[in-house]
Design a protein around this ligand. Structure first.
Ligand code: 23J
Ligand code: MN
Length: 262
């Protein structure tokens, strides 16, 4: 057995490594993104009980579930966006499994977002993180710790106004830097989608989707518990359902975290 894997098991058993669940509960009240009215909406989560130890099945309980692929804590595949439609291995079923695990760089934006719900990550914020923790390694997940998941009321989470939703995200220059200069695995956020609430009006529209997926990169949305991660040193595991031709999938996102780091 590999000594690293043996050590992993031992460290987990001893509690020197812990598993942090970065996933929001998935239920009929889970909010879904509201796009402008001319676009078709994505259905939220529904659960229909087939039977529960009753005449429809006396000794068993099971449900039938339905939802849009991009519901709750979910994974964005490159094929989700038109810019990523011709990339190789761009769907939930064809992305190599190796890409479902990577080191996490967690950028603390809690104060910035508390002061401005439309806060956008800029290259200078990435450089500030790198000055403290080193250059973001290729193949890393970059996670935006904004505190947004504390907004448990769907109204506050979506934060919609007359002029559209107001929630934080990334400026196009920061997305470009991460995709092209750092060659990250992808970006993960606490908000409903990887783009800022106002991103429909950016140039290009929805720059995180446009640029990231155009570069074959991945996305994670509606994460939580990022406050339990160190800025560097955790590993994130996020494997979507193997939906053939799938553009995304609800996902259980786990982080392996050293306990002494926090
Ligand atoms: C479709 C159109 C725009 C957006 C999205 C989906 C998402 O955020 C998503 O869940 O991928 S912004
Ligand atoms: Mn999505």
């Amino acid at each position: 057995m590999s000594s690293v894997l043996k050590q992993l098991v031992e460290e987990l058993k001893a509690g020197r490594l812990k598993v942090v669940d970065l996933t929001q509960p998935l239920h009929p009240g889970t909010p879904v993104i509201h796009l402008p009215a001319q676009f078709e909406a994505s259905p939220g989560f529904t659960l229909r009980t087939i039977c529960r130890y009753d005449q429809a099945g006396p000794a068993w309980y099971w449900n039938a579930v339905a939802m849009g692929e991009h519901t709750g804590t979910h994974f964005d595949a490159p094929v989700h966006w038109i810019t990523g439609k011709d990339r190789p291995d761009n769907t939930c079923a064809t992305i190599p499994a190796r890409r479902f695990i990577g080191p996490a760089c967690v950028i603390d934006l809690v104060d910035e977002v508390a002061a401005d719900p439309d806060f956008l990550l800029k290259p200078a914020h990435i450089e500030r993180w790198e000055a403290d923790h080193g250059v973001i390694a290729s193949g890393s997940w970059v996670l935006l710790w904004t505190g947004w998941s504390k907004r448990q009321d769907p109204k506050a989470f979506l934060n919609e106004a007359e002029d559209g939703p107001h929630s934080p995200g990334l400026a196009p220059e920061a997305v470009s830097m991460l995709a092209h200069e750092r060659d990250v695995l992808g970006v993960g956020v606490e908000t409903i989608g990887t783009d800022a609430g106002q991103a429909a009006g950016f140039d290009p529209p929805f720059p995180c989707h446009h640029i990231m997926h155009g570069a074959g990169k991945l996305g994670l949305a509606s994460l939580c518990h990022l406050d339990q991660l160190p800025p560097a040193g955790a590993i994130v595991i996020a494997a979507p359902l193997k939906i053939v031709d799938g553009s995304g999938s609800p996902v259980r996102v786990l982080a392996i975290v050293p306990t002494e780091a926090h």
